[in-house]
Design a protein around this ligand. Structure first.
Ligand code: HEM
Length: 525
């Protein structure tokens, strides 16, 4: 309804009142009580104090006072859109997941892109990883592929995540800087945790300043599993390949864009979708078995490693199209809750110690962020397939069981029951080992893939990486930390290390860091 000037009435001081009439609905309180005046509180006389009795005023202010919820502890700044996923090549021989078996069927999707380190109000072109979180509302339940635009991660074990995030975010005494890679805490942590080195190379590369969300790749990062009807599993790495191509800006452009339009990426996505220019990604998979995995020097459970596409080409099996913007940013983009443990029958986990920790973390944080255990009832999070269980009560319960039965087994014939035929089964992995905090031997090489990534870059891209190290490290005040970073780079590429040392005017080149173990104990002086 467009409100035209006919509905305007003038109050005594020239105040504008728009009134309900015709198709224009009457404003009500949350209780449905019609509101006669939304401009003036009840007062004891025109110049008297406001009356506590004014329930409409109190309800309005009370609700406003409670508008904010905690922002995400990481990935606070994000932008979401709706779309669909359509399978083009069936994996039905490897998995019971219908979303990966039924060619041609469209599954509704919601995607949220994000930066990691900055607060909700930070700028879009920060040098940072981008989140690429996908929720697919399949007929077997919601499958969340909570990925990033970089195929590897900073750390190998989830127990290091709180330290890593503390070091990445603003320093606790001064409350700055917002830019993750431009301060002592970040470089201190990174240089003392050599497992970060591969990721550091990606973060200093052009991948960390994408031109827009539409021109980014996405990665599930971890090795996951596909599980067939017999319980046999196949390893899988998931990839999103943008049909638009892969594009980044250069640092100089990123800085200008941040100043001129901090909302550059979200505006780009909104404009593209609302003008009918729908962005599209292909879903790719790398499929392999234990025999293949055992051939590598590194462990496929290590999230700081990737499987080179030259060795294991990507099979493209479907497409993701974003064709609808949200109706309401808060209701959808802010309240959406992705979780790595949201999987469907036919998709399973590996023992990647980062993934295992993530499976705990998301549900836990969302219970706080979204105010209790019933955030799955929020429309953006609710499955679009039928769902039934005996969970009840808690804050804002919308789907309590109906009738007498709120448990099973029960004799009332009421309510849902388990289904051994269609229900979720993990693969029957044989697990036997001593209780230990040790990491496997094959988690120890932190440099080879960093080197491979660096030498795979073109000359200008290599220069960008070097310049990024110099720029970001020049914000790091402690010379010992700068040197320590260079000592790792010497194990990656000597020209890069020397170029960074020169750019930083280091007095002398440090010794190369010792071949990595985690945690390292024998740092170079
Ligand atoms: C949020 C990706 C590692 C904890 C997110 C989001 C993405 C993401 C994309 C944003 C979700 C959204 O848009 O709402 C990743 C990737 C990781 C990784 C790809 C490594 C491969 C971890 C680890 C932990 C963790 C190791 C903790 C042990 C969180 C938390 C949130 C989050 C607590 C906020 C969730 C919320 O409030 O809704 N992550 N993450 N992440 N991640 Fe991760």
């Amino acid at each position: 309804v467009t409100i035209d000037d006919q509905t305007i009435q003038r109050g005594p001081q020239g105040a504008t009142h728009q009134v309900a009439e015709g198709d224009i609905p009457t404003l009500t309180t949350q209780q449905g009580t019609p509101v006669a005046d939304d401009q003036n509180t009840y007062k004891a006389g025109a110049r008297g104090p406001t009356l506590l009795e004014d329930f409409h005023f109190r309800e309005k202010i009370f609700h406003f006072d409670h508008e904010r919820i905690p922002e995400r502890v990481v990935h606070a700044r994000g932008y979401g859109a709706h779309g669909f996923f359509e399978l083009t090549d069936s994996l039905g021989d490897l998995t019971t997941a219908s979303v990966l078996s039924k060619v041609g069927e469209r599954v509704p999707a919601f995607v949220r892109f994000s930066t990691v380190a900055g607060n909700k109000g930070s700028f879009d072109l920060a040098r940072d990883v981008r989140g690429f979180a996908v929720k697919l509302y399949t007929e077997q339940g919601n499958w969340d592929l909570v990925g990033n635009n970089i195929p590897v991660f900073f750390i190998q074990d989830a127990i290091k995540f709180p330290d890593m995030v503390h070091a990445v975010k603003e320093e606790p005494d001064r409350g700055f800087p917002q830019a993750q890679s431009a301060h002592d805490n970040f470089w201190d942590f990174a240089s003392l945790s050599p497992e970060t080195v591969h990721m550091l190379l990606w973060i200093m590369s052009d991948r960390a300043i994408p031109r827009s969300f539409r021109f980014m790749e996405g990665f599930g990062v971890h090795s996951f599993r596909l599980i067939d009807a017999q319980g046999k599993s196949t390893y899988v790495k998931f990839h999103w390949k943008p049909k638009q191509g892969l594009q980044s800006v250069v640092w100089n452009e990123a800085l200008k864009i941040n100043g001129a339009d901090p909302d550059f990426h979200r505006r780009d996505l909104w404009d593209a979708i609302t003008s009918g220019n729908y962005p599209e990604w292909e879903l790719g998979v790398q499929l392999f078995d234990d025999e293949f995995a055992d051939k590598f020097d590194f462990d496929i459970l290590d999230a700081t490693k990737l499987i080179p596409e030259e060795i294991l080409p990507i099979r493209r099996i479907g497409r993701l199209v974003l064709d609808r913007v949200v109706d309401n940013f808060f209701a959808e983009t802010e309240q959406v809750a992705f979780c790595t443990q949201n999987v469907v029958p036919g998709i399973g986990f590996t023992n990647d110690p980062l993934l295992q920790g993530r499976n705990f973390s998301y549900l836990d944080t969302q219970t706080k962020r979204l105010g209790g255990p019933n955030f799955t009832h929020i429309p953006i999070n609710a499955p679009k397939c039928p769902f039934h269980n005996f969970q009840q009560d808690g804050h804002m319960a919308m789907h309590n069981p109906k009738g007498r039965a709120n448990y099973e087994p029960n004799s009332w014939g009421a309510g849902p029951r388990e289904n051994p035929k269609t229900g979720y089964n993990a693969n029957a992995e044989q697990i036997d080992g001593p209780k230990t905090r040790e990491r496997g031997e094959r988690f120890a090489d932190h440099y080879s893939q960093a080197r491979q990534f660096f030498i795979s870059q073109t000359q200008p891209e290599q220069t960008h990486i070097k310049n990024a190290f110099v720029f970001e490290l020049s914000k790091c005040e402690n010379p010992a930390i700068r040197s320590r970073v260079v000592s790792h780079l010497l194990n990656v590429d000597e020209t890069l290390a020397k170029g960074v040392a020169e750019g930083l005017r280091l007095e002398k080149l440090p010794q190369a860091a010792p071949p990595a173990r985690t945690p390292i104990t024998n740092l170079p002086p």
